[in-house]
Design a protein around this ligand. Structure first.
Ligand SMILES: Nc1nc(=O)c2c([nH]1)NC[C@@H]1CN(c3ccc(C(=O)N[C@@H](CCC(=O)O)C(=O)O)cc3)CN21
Ligand SMILES: CC(C)C(=O)C(=O)O
Ligand SMILES: [Mg+2]
Length: 258
């Protein structure tokens, strides 16, 4: 059965953790979906982990659409969400509707994620949800603001924590179906999670969120540099290197093909 936003909300009530991972192409998406990942995010972090950029800022809406289309073709069960990239939605509500509309029309995915909880973005998100586009929020560390925030943990001072809490409430009222909480103190994430009727998905936000998300390239050990909160469950760099060496050896020794 396909996962819906309503299902995610039910899982929050049932205290059944929501398993989320990122994906960037058909093959990875198919594997994750068959492993019963609930929510698959076409994250703009692919700009860094897959395309080799220094930040997430350079990736374009056309590139995100290209990746999201491939991911969608690999998925049968999971809910698929696509990040709107830097400057494809911040200019105006009209721009956001146009970009989100293109993602839904051209890829098949069912929802978009926008970074930020400041008043203008809350207004834009309210407009998107009003016209029937499911939106996921993303607050705390928002990597598209790297030049202002760096990659430091957010919400450390009481003032900052209060602001993030209020952003979470505002986004929920604007109709988001879920919110990513990135790199904030565990206690703050727990307070937000308890207050909101919608599920929180944490990354570097402690274990009291309604679900967790990890960049799949980090989980697989494909990235050379990882955030302090990421975890690798396998070292694919090592495994791939070994396989390539085995292949090279057999070719050199004329043992492949037989
Ligand atoms: N592979 C990958 N995994 C991610 O989780 C991820 C990306 N890429 N790209 C987009 C953002 C960037 N993220 C990051 C990257 C680095 C830190 C990090 O190193 N933080 C340190 C130092 C911060 C500093 O002072 O610059 C920390 O201690 O918080 C955190 C989050 C999370 N996201
Ligand atoms: C880490 C998740 C939340 C993300 O936004 C991304 O991968 O781009
Ligand atoms: Mg992102």
């Amino acid at each position: 059965m396909a996962v819906t936003t309503g299902q995610l909300r039910q899982w929050k009530q049932d205290k059944r953790p929501i398993i989320t991972l990122t994906a960037w192409d058909y093959a990875i998406a198919q594997v994750l979906d068959e492993a019963e990942v609930d929510l698959i995010l076409v994250g703009d972090s692919l700009a860094m982990s897959i395309l080799g950029h220094q930040t997430t800022l350079p990736i374009t809406l056309d590139e995100m659409i290209h990746h999201a289309s491939a991911v969608y073709r690999g998925v049968k069960r999971a809910l698929v969400v696509c990040d709107l990239p830097f400057l494809s939605y911040q200019e105006s509500t009209t721009q956001a509707i146009h970009s989100a509309g293109r993602v839904l029309k051209e890829t098949g995915v069912s929802a978009v994620k926008l970074e930020g909880g400041y008043p203008a973005i809350v207004e834009t998100i309210a407009q998107l949800t009003a016209i029937g586009i499911p939106v996921m929020g993303h607050i705390g560390l928002t990597p598209q603001s790297v030049h202002r925030l760096g990659y430091r943990q957010q919400g450390k001072t009481q003032e900052d924590a209060d602001r993030i809490f209020n952003e979470a409430i505002a986004l929920s009222q604007a109709g988001v179906f879920s919110i990513v909480l990135e790199h904030i103190p565990s206690d703050l994430a727990a307070i937000i999670t308890d207050k909101l009727p919608i599920p929180t998905i944490g990354i570097g936000a402690g274990n009291r969120c309604d679900g967790q998300v990890l960049v799949t390239a980090d989980l697989l050990g494909l990235t050379k540099k990882q955030p302090p909160f990421a975890k690798s469950y396998v070292n694919l760099r090592e495994i791939i290197t070994q396989a390539v060496h085995n292949y090279a050896k057999e070719v050199q020794e004329k043992n492949f093909p037989q």
